[in-house]
Design a protein around this ligand. Structure first.
Ligand SMILES: Cc1cc2nc3c(=O)[nH]c(=O)nc-3n(C[C@H](O)[C@H](O)[C@H](O)COP(=O)(O)OP(=O)(O)OC[C@H]3O[C@@H](n4cnc5c(N)ncnc54)[C@H](O)[C@@H]3O)c2cc1C
Length: 440
């Protein structure tokens, strides 16, 4: 058992970055440590749902928690500042404002930064898709364009998770109007590279009849106001270009000697201890694990908890434990048209899964901030109940990487199709069938 240290003798732990990993680490650390949490932003932001700001289903306040309030509740000190460099040898970090803070151990959880791969014009003329402010701005720009007469062109650069979720929200909000035509440009051979082939097919099926075009195996070579040029020689007209995906290591990693180059994540041992400095642990997206792992919020939270545990062990001279992730499937939302549960190269599709994604959001936010609400937890439980109810009666699709799966029986009802009027009988046949609870 640790003897109760006095205020002055409490070991000092600095947590740099309070996103999924940093916040999870801070929550694990007790008041027997003098914990200082630093983040350049006043908010913790729930990134996996920021696409919903495009449709207005969520507002910025729904996706944010105040760092100051969260840390006050944990009894930790919060400093709103960007860390410019960490001098592990001296046990000291310095902020961009010149403030210097000492530590005995440090957890680095700074995530990644927006990356446009040096494509000329992309930083200036493509809207970034990496924060609540970014997506709120895109949502407002879409609304502004929709108020103007004519059809407007949107180019989504990146057909990965973020790009497809963004497309889903645009369809949720505008598919019954003629306001937009959307192009999705993806460098890979198919959408959502690295996931089930059936997912690509399912997204395309939902977009059949919509003003949506997928341009795969193509890279953007430059972005100018109103134009996006591709390496296949094509030029796309664009009233709104958004740059999704693309995350690079924070410059802090190299500046602090935690990584070797500007495009290198910080190498860590299996315990998440830095390979360069014993008093530094790296968690979340910033860490380059001995066995690579997807950069996902769920893993970042697990890493944060493990890093905090190992910092305590290191300070107490105990043996460190290895980080062992428990793998989870990923939920990919496609507006109100569908939600996909993706596990490796298999997937299940059902609009009912949207409730599960929402429940994960509500429950985890409430875990971070109990005042987020008992109400939120009740709402989440009710949603989970509904999801479970519908999942028991699946109109589901399971696919593997090799096999082309049968597509969901639900189809997107495109505006044009509605206008030309499919028969009522056909339309009724397309509606997902629901059975009362309890019926087999
Ligand atoms: C649009 C989008 C959608 C996503 N969807 C999903 C999804 O559906 N499911 C999923 O599992 N994952 C998803 N992810 C990935 C997931 O959000 C990340 O894996 C997760 O945020 C990583 O957590 P982290 O703590 O490492 O970094 P972050 O959550 O990015 O937190 C890093 C924190 O560090 C702070 N910071 C950075 N640099 C400094 C500095 N120098 N000084 C002080 N503070 C600093 C930042 O302000 C931030 O608060 C998505 C990501 C994006 C961008």
């Amino acid at each position: 058992m640790r003897s109760q240290p006095t205020l002055a003798s409490r070991p000092r732990i600095a947590v740099v970055g309070a996103g999924f990993a940093g916040l999870s680490a801070a929550r694990e650390l007790g008041r027997e440590f003098a914990v200082t949490v630093l983040d350049g932003s006043p908010w913790f932001e729930w990134l996996p749902n920021i696409h919903e700001l495009l449709s207005g289903v969520k507002r910025p306040a729904d996706l944010r928690l105040s760092h100051k309030a969260l840390m006050a509740r944990s009894g930790h000190r919060f400093v709103q500042a960007t860390v410019a460099a960490i001098d592990a040898g001296a046990g000291r970090l310095v902020t961009t404002g010149g403030r210097s803070i000492g530590f005995d151990a440090c957890i680095v959880a700074v995530g990644g930064v927006h990356d446009t791969f040096g494509v000329p014009g992309a930083d200036r003329h493509a809207m970034s898709f990496k924060s609540v402010d970014d997506c709120d701005a895109i949502g407002r720009r879409l609304a502004q364009l929709a108020r103007r007469p004519g059809r407007h062109s949107v180019v989504i650069v990146g057909g990965g998770l973020e790009g497809i979720e963004a497309l889903g929200e645009i369809l949720r909000r505008f598919r019954h109007s003629d306001a937009f035509e959307v192009s999705v440009v993806e460098a890979g051979a198919r959408l959502l590279p690295g996931t089930a082939r059936a997912l690509d097919a399912a997204v395309r099926a939902h977009c059949a009849g919509q003003e949506v075009r997928f341009v795969t195996r193509s890279r953007v070579t430059s972005v100018t106001p109103g134009r996006v040029r591709l390496d296949n020689g094509e030029t796309l007209r664009s009233d709104l270009t958004m740059w999704t995906g693309g995350s690079a290591p924070s410059p802090l990693l190299q500046a602090s000697g935690l990584a070797d180059g500007p495009r290198t994540w910080a190498p860590v041992k299996a315990s998440l201890q830095s390979r360069r400095f014993e008093n530094v642990f790296v968690a979340g997206d910033a860490a380059a694990l001995p066995r690579p792992l997807g950069k996902q919020a769920y893993y970042a939270m697990q890493m944060g908890e493990c890093a905090a545990d190992n910092v305590v062990r290191a300070l107490e001279g105990r043996r460190l434990r290895n980080f062992s992730p428990s793998r989870k499937p990923m939920l990919v939302a496609f507006g109100d048209l569908d939600t996909f549960l993706v596990s490796g190269r298999s997937m299940v599709a059902s609009p009912a899964l949207a409730a599960a994604k929402e429940a994960v959001f509500q429950v985890t936010m409430a875990r971070f901030d109990p005042s987020f609400g008992a109400t939120a937890v009740r709402r989440a439980a009710a949603r989970l109940g509904r999801a479970a109810e519908e999942l028991a009666l699946p109109a589901l699709t399971v696919g593997s990487g090799r096999k082309r799966a049968s597509l969901p029986s639900r189809r997107v009802r495109a505006p044009r199709e509605t206008a030309s009027g499919p028969s009522k009988k056909k339309a009724a046949a397309r509606r997902p069938r629901r059975r009362p609870v309890g019926q087999p």
